[in-house]
Structures are given as C-alpha cells and as structure tokens.
Design a protein around this ligand. Structure first.
Ligand SMILES: [Zn+2]
Ligand SMILES: [Zn+2]
Length: 139
C-alpha cells in the first residue's frame, strides 16, 4: 500500500481508500475490465459503489497512473503498465489480451506522413489473432 500511496502522491492526487483499492486492483489484474476491478476492490472495501470505482478509474487514467485500452468490440480494460509504449495482442475469439513489447522502441508511426495539422501524442498498435487455446480448439 505504501508504494501505491506514493504513486498517488507523485501524481498530486489525494489519497483515498477507493483510489488506493482501485490502483491496487489494476496492479494485480492486468487488462482487467471494470467488473473485475469492482469485484477486486470489494474484497478490500465491501461497501464501495460502482460510481466510486468508475470515478477512481477515470481519475487514475487522467493522471497517467493507469492506462485504459479498448480494442474494438470489447469493453474497456485497464492496466498499470504505463508509459512504456507497449502494444497488445487480442484474441478474436475469447478476447484475452497479452502485452507485446514495442518492436522498434519508440511510438510506431508517431511521425505521421501527414499530420493534418494535429498535434499527435499517441499511436496505438493492436495485433489481432487467435490465442493458443482458441487456435488449438479449432483444429
Ligand atoms: Zn482465445
Ligand atoms: Zn498491456
């Protein structure tokens, strides 16, 4: 908990029980969806409301302590691995998500060939395929 408190303080966020519990849940459940996080938080704080968890997730994401990913067709997932520009591979069949380290070491194609005047700060890479479980069950 000490370490999580330090993260909150480092991001100039007030330390609250829901924020600590949500941050802890995201740290222990990589790529968890909101329902999973609510379940995990309720182990710590049984009376926590959905709204408090949503608000905490929003605050932590805005502060950059949590990264939110939402592959097309799936509910949003959250992870604590932030700021390293890693990518994700998503199973088309069961929706399982795994981390993929960046192959080039800097944000891919962040220098757009034509930025249309936008100030670009993110480029997202998602690999799609079948996980080993799903590809084995198919054959
Ligand atoms: Zn799968
Ligand atoms: Zn990840």
């Amino acid at each position: 908990m000490e370490e999580l408190e330090g993260l909150l303080r480092g991001a100039a966020l007030r330390v609250t029980r829901p924020r600590l519990a949500v941050l802890g849940a995201v740290h222990t459940h990589a790529h968890a969806d909101t329902d999973t996080i609510i379940g995990a938080v309720r182990n710590d704080i049984p009376e926590v409301s959905h709204q408090a968890v949503y608000d905490s997730l929003h605050t932590l994401t805005a502060a950059g302590l949590v990264r939110r990913i939402q592959p097309l067709g799936l509910v949003a997932r959250y992870e604590s691995r932030v700021g390293d520009n890693h990518h994700h591979v998503v199973c088309r069949s069961c929706g399982v998500i795994a981390d993929v380290d960046c192959a080039v070491g800097h944000a891919p194609c962040l220098t757009a060939s034509d930025d249309h005047g936008f100030v670009i700060d993110e480029a997202e890479v998602i690999y799609w395929g079948l996980c080993s479980d799903c590809s084995t069950h198919r054959t």
